[in-house]
Design a protein. Structure first.
Length: 61
């Protein structure tokens, strides 16, 4: 993964990070098992989806 993809992934994380449920542990976050609060806006949900896709791509390649 190149540096621009890492920056994109970091920016996506910053978008949805305030809406992560407090019960999610750091280990779950590192594994990609993230749950958002019910009040999370649509852009945060989309950012989480894109972030998960990038994380999966990183694991595969």
């Amino acid at each position: 993964m190149d540096i621009s993809e890492e920056i994109t992934k970091m920016n996506l994380y910053k978008t949805f990070e305030p809406y992560i449920q407090p019960s999610v542990t750091m280990k779950e976050r590192m594994d990609g098992n993230i749950r958002l609060t019910e009040t999370a806006p649509e852009d945060a949900r989309q950012a989480l989806s894109k972030w998960k896709a990038m994380k999966l791509k990183q694991r595969l390649f």
